[in-house]
Write a protein that binds this ligand. Structure first.
Ligand code: GUN
Length: 307
C-alpha cells in the first residue's frame, strides 16, 4: 500500500521549492569565482593555475578530469593537464608531484582517484604540498579542519555546507546526521557541521537502528554509496536532506540511470528540502574545486581573497 502511495505521487515540478538546485547554485558560484579571478588578475597580475593529474584510462575519471579542466579555463584560471600511462610507476608520479610543488604557476594540484594498483594513494596524497592541496585530502589539511585551523577543505562537503547554509541560514544548534564516515566526505562533513555548532551524529554500517537515528535529525547528509538506502520513513517531516550518492543502477528500459543514496520521491513528499541526483551536490564539487584553487593562489601570494 505504501509503495502504491509513493508511486502515485506526482513528479516534482521543475522549480519545486523543496528541491535544492545545486546546478543553479554552482553556476552562480562559478560566476562569482570568475569575477574574483578577474579582480585578482587586474589588481595583482595573478592568474591561479590548477594542475590535474590522471593516471590510466578509467573512462569516468577521464570525464571528470576533462570537466575540471574546462571549468577551470572558463573561470579565467590556468589548467595544466597531466595524463600518465596506467603502468606509470609510483616514483614517476611522485617526481611529477615534486615538480608541480616547485612550480610557482601551479597553485593547486589534484591527482584524480582511484589510482592504478601499483601506486599507493596515501603516499601520493602525502607528497602534495598542503598549500596546493585543493582536494583537501592531505593530513595537514584534515588536521587543520579538525582543529579549527586555516584548511583547504574537501570540495564535496564544502559544497554540501554551502547548500545547507543557503537553504537554512543559521545552522547553530541544529541536529545533524552524516551517514557515512569516509575521509573524503563523511568525516570532513561532520567537522564542518560541528564548526557551524550543529549537534552532529556520524552514522555508519555498524550504527544500530539507523532509521531511528536519521529520524531525529533536522539535517541529513547521505554519503554511503548505496542506491536509495535512505527511505522515506527515515526522514523527519521538514528535514533538509543532502544526497551525496551517485549510483548507477539498471533502469526499466534496459539502460542505466543515476540514483542517489536517498529514495528521492519517498523523501520529497515530506522533506523541507532535498538535493536531486543528478543536479544536486555533483555540480557543487567542481565549483568548490575552483574556489579552493582561487583561495590557494591568494594564500600563496599573501593577498586577500577578492570580495
Ligand atoms: N575521484 C572522484 N572524486 C574525486 C575527487 O573529489 N578528488 C580526486 N582527487 N579524485 C576523485
Amino acid at each position: 500500500m505504501k509503495d502504491a502511495m509513493i508511486a502515485a505521487q506526482p513528479r516534482p515540478a521543475a522549480g519545486d521549492p523543496r528541491i535544492i538546485d545545486g546546478k543553479a547554485f554552482a553556476a552562480r558560484l562559478r560566476q562569482a569565482i570568475a569575477a574574483k579571478a578577474g579582480l585578482l588578475k587586474a589588481g595583482h597580475g595573478i592568474v591561479p593555475g590548477l594542475a590535474v593529474v590522471l593516471v590510466g584510462e578509467d573512462p569516468a575519471s577521464a570525464v571528470y578530469v576533462r570537466n575540471k579542466a574546462r571549468e577551470t579555463v572558463a573561470t579565467g584560471m590556468r589548467s595544466f593537464e597531466h595524463r600518465l600511462e596506467a603502468t606509470t610507476a609510483q616514483a614517476e608520479l611522485l617526481s611529477l608531484i615534486a615538480r608541480l610543488n616547485a612550480d610557482a604557476s601551479v597553485n593547486g594540484i589534484l591527482v584524480q582517484l582511484p589510482l592504478p594498483r601499483q601506486i599507493d594513494p596515501q603516499a601520493v596524497l602525502d607528497a602534495i604540498d598542503p598549500a596546493k592541496d585543493v582536494d583537501g585530502f592531505h593530513v595537514v589539511n584534515a588536521g587543520r579542519l579538525a582543529t579549527g585551523g586555516q584548511a583547504l577543505v574537501p570540495c564535496t562537503p564544502l559544497g554540501c555546507l554551502m547548500l545547507l547554509k543557503d537553504r537554512l541560514g543559521e545552522l547553530s544548534g541544529r541536529r545533524a546526521i552524516v551517514v557515512g564516515r569516509s575521509n573524503i566526505v563523511g568525516k570532513p562533513m561532520a567537522l564542518l557541521l560541528l564548526g557551524e555548532s550543529c549537534t552532529v551524529t556520524i552514522a555508519h554500517s555498524r550504527t544500530r537502528d539507523l532509521a531511528a537515528e536519521c529520524r531525529r535529525a533536522e539535517i541529513l547528509v547521505a554519503a554511503v554509496g548505496k542506491p536509495e538506502m535512505i527511505r522515506g520513513d527515515w526522514v523527519a517531516p521538514g528535514a533538509t536532506v543532502i544526497d551525496v550518492g551517485i549510483n548507477r543502477v539498471p533502469g526499466a528500459d534496459g539502460k542505466t540511470r543515476l540514483v542517489g543514496d536517498v529514495a528521492f520521491k519517498e523523501v520529497l513528499s515530506h522533506a523541507g528540502g532535498i538535493t536531486p541526483v543528478p543536479g544536486g551536490v555533483g555540480p557543487m564539487t567542481i565549483a568548490c574545486l575552483l574556489q579552493n584553487t582561487l583561495t590557494a593562489a591568494c594564500r600563496q601570494h599573501g593577498v586577500p581573497l577578492p570580495e
